[in-house]
Design a protein around this ligand. Sequence first.
Ligand code: PBG
Length: 331
Amino acid sequence: MITETVNQLNIIQRPRRLRQNDAIRQLVQETSLNANDLVFPLFVLEGENVKEAVPSMPGIFRFSIDMAVEECKELWDLGVKSIDLFGIPEVKTEDGSEAYNENGIVQRAIRAIKKELPDMCIMTDVALDPFTPFGHDGLVRDGEIINDETVEVLCKMALSHAEAGADFVSPSDMMDGRIGAIREALDDEGFIKMGILSYSAKYASAFYGPFRDALHSAPQFGDKKTYQMDPANTDEALKEIELDIQEGADIIMVKPGLPYLDIVRRAKDVFQVPVAVYHVSGEYAMTMAAAEKGWIDGPKVMMETMLCMKRAGAKIIFTYYAKEAAKLLAK
Ligand code: PBG
């Protein structure tokens, strides 16, 4: 500590004036995080009264439908009004047909949640990875992930979610032309109000590991590089996003989150649609693991991370930390 007063310097602009206390800091804060920015990814599986912990994602569970409804009520009361549903089907078939079974796990979950919480925004993942034995987002023929036939199945899947009462579909498969095809299929059946949140710039990332454990959906051969994007690329992300908007996407998403915030910023600067970002399972797991070891302050790192996502230009954040974040925000 310096005790003697030193000569005052002639400094006209003193940025620290704006950091003197909380009241001033909050007054000049450019970005803030709110519970209503958050979307909670929810994993549903068959059974009753099941709440199964996901080992690589502390605090995250696979819920049977009845328990998922209870989880949604808690989220709603905390101010988290949107969820993204991921189904864990009991049957996996090569044609992925369970994905559009009107009595499938996701379709029943939508109906059950809507019954209790009609105003909750329910989004649904549209991709085939948990529904075929291969763990790929599309149909497989001779070791190849085939595009156009997959798109047809995705359209059926999206329609079945619309019929069950979902508000948004979230295609996460990265097949070409799927947004346009899904938009047309929905409109043809009169679902003109159903929204599309497209995983537009989704990278072939190593950060999805814990999610694939949670959903039992790890690829059984090869990798996802023929459809998900190369982490080296950024112009390509803008091309993907532009195509999705032209094809009818209402909201676009960049995924993963923290290592891809440059993409979020570019998207925000160029396009006039809401930008979402997915703070993915591996990012969540890393933070939780370091926090468990006492190496970082978990809640502070999580909240800073999400604030930075907003600063980068994301309005919407998909995060496994939604519930905890909402609790902290309510304090
Ligand atoms: C599947 C899908 C994945 C995620 C969301 N939807 C995994 C993948 O593409 O392999 C990842 C989410 C996460 O890691 O939290 N289409």
